[in-house]
Design a protein around this ligand. Structure first.
Ligand SMILES: [Fe+2]
Length: 256
């Protein structure tokens, strides 16, 4: 049987099963995650084919792993709920959850694939990951590239969603306010802002904007630039409490 077909079927079946008799909150979340999954599957192949050197160095089996990582990366998201509510990322690691499930399915029990999926939702790629450490030097290169492609595709899909659907959904949980010092510090160092240090709505918007500091491929960078993500994001940060000075600071440090 075809691995791509089986992966798509696994996502479809899991979605259908998990959405049964659910609360409106969970249904909305699962529908969003299903759309996101297909969006990431599309973006990852676009980035991959745009990076010609990478594309030409991969075997057909490796190309299939790129596609599988896009389709399967958020399998854990479909389980991220309990009693009709969505579980917080602090208590439910959906990347790890997906890996635990996939490692029990023979066709998906591939250390390159599992490493890429486990690495997609942390603040940075963890090269101490046991799946990565067991690989040959050649496979380490492949695994690293797929992990990077997946992180780029995941962010790009989210960025497009925010551009086309508006950023306010991002900031629902925080109070309006100026940019916090700890957030500014992370940006000065061109780091991705850790969501744990977010205090205000403008911090939350800036956290999204700081994703640009964790983009690996030129073709992804170009799309993010062309789409006007940074400019639009700064406008939204202003709407949610960033001062004129904060916005000037953001313009200076957010460079892709
Ligand atoms: Fe994810």
């Amino acid at each position: 049987m075809n691995n791509i077909y089986e992966a798509t079927k696994l996502i479809g079946d899991t979605y259908s099963e998990q959405i049964k008799n659910q609360s409106p909150e969970v249904i909305k979340y699962l529908v969003h995650k299903l759309k996101h999954t297909f969006g990431v599957s599309y973006e990852i192949m676009n980035i991959f084919y745009a990076e010609k050197d990478l594309y030409s160095s991969f075997s057909d089996t490796e190309k299939e792993l790129v596609e599988l990582s896009g389709i399967l990366h958020d399998l854990g998201r479909f389980y991220q709920h309990s009693d009709g509510h969505i579980l917080d990322n602090h208590i439910f690691n959906h990347g790890k959850y997906a890996v635990d499930l996939l490692s029990k399915i023979e066709r998906f029990n591939n250390p390159i694939l599992l490493f890429a999926i486990e690495s997609h939702n942390g603040l940075a790629i963890n090269y101490d990951n046991p799946f990565y450490k067991q690989l040959s030097e050649q496979d380490k290169y492949t695994a690293m590239q797929i992990a990077k492609l997946l992180r780029d595709a995941d962010k790009l899909e989210n960025i497009k969603f925010f551009i086309y659907n508006g950023m306010p959904a991002l900031v629902a949980d925080n109070d309006k306010g100026t940019l916090s010092d700890s957030v500014k510090e992370a940006l000065k160092n061109h780091k991705q802002v850790d969501y744990k240090i977010i205090q205000t709505k403008s911090d939350r918007v800036t956290n999204g904007l700081s994703w640009i500091n964790d983009i690996y491929f030129d073709s992804t960078k170009k799309i993010i630039k062309d789409i006007g993500f940074i400019e639009k994001g700064i406008q939204v940060a202003k709407l949610y409490g960033a001062t004129e000075q904060d916005c000037e600071f953001l313009k200076e440090v957010l460079v892709i």
